[in-house]
Design a binder for this molecule. Structure first.
Ligand SMILES: [Zn+2]
Length: 92
């Protein structure tokens, strides 16, 4: 039987780019916790929890690095999600 299955993928909260496994080509999991685990381990993506504890995900085109004071540095073209409650961020 072929049927519809609910899947969990991830897209950048800034630009909307969809995550894809570069080696195997798949882009989603059947359970949310696996997607969460994989995106947190992917060095090309950054997961940032805001002050409310909600996770936001950014691709390497949008997130750059953390500075010496642990502030997230984003690219100049990054669009910060409106609902993201973050104390301070910098664009370069
Ligand atoms: Zn992005």
């Amino acid at each position: 039987m072929i049927k519809t299955v609910k899947m969990y993928g991830c897209e950048c909260d800034s630009c909307g780019e969809k995550w894809i496994d570069e080696h195997q080509g798949f882009a989603a999991f059947t359970d949310k916790s696996s997607m969460k685990e994989v995106i947190e381990e992917d060095s090309a993506w950054e997961t940032i929890a805001d002050m409310e504890g909600e996770d936001f995900h950014f691709c390497s085109n949008c997130f750059r690095y953390y500075d010496d004071e642990d502030r997230p540095i984003f690219s100049q073209t990054a669009n910060m999600p409106n609902k993201m409650q973050i104390a301070e961020f910098i664009k370069i």
